[in-house]
Design a protein around this ligand. Structure first.
Ligand code: ZN
Length: 164
């Protein structure tokens, strides 16, 4: 499985004009497909455009917290669910790894429910799952990651999907 080396950390600045975000400033966060995974790019409202939005894999509005506010570990649940839905359609192996770990996170948050396990003709284990309040079934490959790999992906996910 390919590594997700190309993600970037939240820098606290617009990636286009490089202006640092101010306390409480509202900006647009995006995830973009790169060769081996996803890259986080944040934009100030002056640099944000429909074109950037359309080219993004996932995007959401974010706000810089006040200094005394407690930082959130993850973005809002809605963003996580949206990212999961998009990832569930990806065929690439490395994205399936991220989709699976994201599914584990959503299960822990009780946003996703495990229904059953199926095995494909090629012997691939597939988990059948449902989002809370939705009828659609998702079939997610279990990439059989070891604990170390799961921990690594979890760390990388928390970097690109860091809350504010
Ligand atoms: Zn900017």
């Amino acid at each position: 499985m390919a590594e997700w080396e190309n993600y970037v950390k939240r820098t606290g600045a617009c990636c286009k004009c490089e202006r640092p975000f101010q306390e409480q400033e509202v900006y647009q966060a995006t995830l973009n497909e790169v060769k081996d995974g996803f890259e986080r790019r944040d934009f100030c409202s002056e640099c944000w455009s429909d074109q950037i939005r359309d080219e993004s894999f996932s995007f959401w509005q974010a706000r810089v917290p006040r200094k005394e506010e407690k930082k959130k570990v993850f973005v809002d649940d809605g963003v996580l669910v949206d990212f999961f839905k998009r990832l569930s359609e990806a065929d690439e192996q490395e994205k399936q790894g991220f989709c699976f770990v994201l599914a584990l996170i959503l299960m822990r948050k009780r946003l996703l429910k495990y229904l059953s396990t199926e095995t494909t003709e090629s012997g691939q284990e597939v988990w059948v799952m449902k989002l809370t309040g939705e009828a659609k079934e998702y079939r997610i490959c279990n990439p059989q990651l070891d604990d170390e790999k799961v921990a690594k992906i979890q760390m990388e996910l928390s970097e690109v999907l860091a809350g504010e």
